[in-house]
Design a protein around this ligand. Structure first.
Ligand SMILES: NC(=O)c1ccc[n+]([C@@H]2O[C@H](COP(=O)([O-])OP(=O)(O)OC[C@H]3O[C@@H](n4cnc5c(N)ncnc54)[C@H](O)[C@@H]3O)[C@@H](O)[C@H]2O)c1
Length: 145
């Protein structure tokens, strides 16, 4: 009789990671689309200025996330940072907002994906990576194109 090693469905790789998206503008919607297409993440939070985004609920319905994803206003962002179930955040805010959002997320123990560029000055970029090193978390800057 031969035995076959079948991977367990309960390994860490199969458990979706709770995530949050900061900023649901042009690039945030690209990431929402991509993240909604993978079983590896659970989009637990979206943070943005709800008053200027009357399409957020429609988008959540489109991706069948209306019972999964919570929407937080900019003023409620700290609630998301302090949600210990959230392991990674996707920063898609305007560049000027990247530094503060990245540093808060890293300090709160989350891994961070940030849209390019991390910041507009080398000094701020270096300080963000210094916070990542101190927090022992990943800070990944990505391009879509
Ligand atoms: N990778 C690429 O190819 C590519 C292309 C375009 C833009 N970008 C980058 O992506 C980032 C976003 O650009 P965009 O065109 O999507 O901008 P956008 O203005 O369309 O969207 C930004 C969103 O962030 C929200 N926001 C502002 N401050 C926030 C905060 N503190 N917390 C949460 N949300 C906040 C705004 O309300 C808005 O909805 C920029 O850094 C830009 O340089 C990357």
């Amino acid at each position: 009789m031969c035995s076959v090693n079948v991977p367990s469905m309960d390994t860490e790789e199969t458990i979706p990671i709770d995530t949050a998206i900061f900023g649901l503008g042009r690039m945030g919607k690209v990431h929402l689309h991509n993240l909604a297409s993978t079983f590896r993440v659970n989009i637990k939070w979206i943070v943005d200025d709800i008053s200027v985004h009357d399409d957020i609920r429609t988008l959540l319905q489109k991706y069948r996330l209306e019972h999964v994803t919570r929407v937080a206003s900019l003023e409620e962002a700290d609630t998301v940072h302090s949600d210990t179930s959230v392991k990674a955040v996707f920063v898609c805010t305007p560049t000027i907002q990247h530094g503060p959002v990245i540093k808060k997320a890293l300090t709160a123990g989350k891994h961070v994906f940030c849209e390019k560029p991390i910041a507009t000055s080398a000094e701020t970029i270096k300080s963000c990576y210094a916070v990542a090193k101190e927090a022992n978390r990943s800070l990944f800057c990505g391009f879509n194109k």
